[in-house]
Design a protein. Structure first.
Length: 100
């Protein structure tokens, strides 16, 4: 949900509503318990998948040294070939994905 906050009456009323409905943790209860009692979040399947991908990428090395070495050697010995059809196809696929 996205809302424009322009300082209007509706925004002020919403902020008051949030402030009124927010629980304060009683003595002996942690802030987390108070928040859990008042709020809940449900992630979509897509959001869950994005979290999994983010976790995988956070532990993966940024550079694959073996792949870099293989490309370097292919460039040096002249065996590196560019497949223009594959590049064009992937560019078109990406364009279609971005356009939705």
């Amino acid at each position: 949900m996205s809302q424009k906050i322009d300082g209007g009456i509706a925004a002020a009323a919403q902020l008051r509503s949030v402030a009124i409905n927010t629980k304060v943790a009683p003595a002996g209860e942690s802030k987390t318990e108070a928040v859990q009692a008042a709020d809940s979040v449900r992630l979509t399947g897509e959001a869950t998948q994005l979290q999994a991908v983010q976790r995988e990428l956070s532990v993966a090395p940024a550079i694959d040294p073996a792949r870099v070495q293989a490309v370097r050697e292919a460039l040096e010995n002249g065996s590196y070939r560019i497949n223009a059809d594959a590049i064009a196809s992937r560019m078109l696929d990406l364009d279609q994905q971005l356009q939705g």
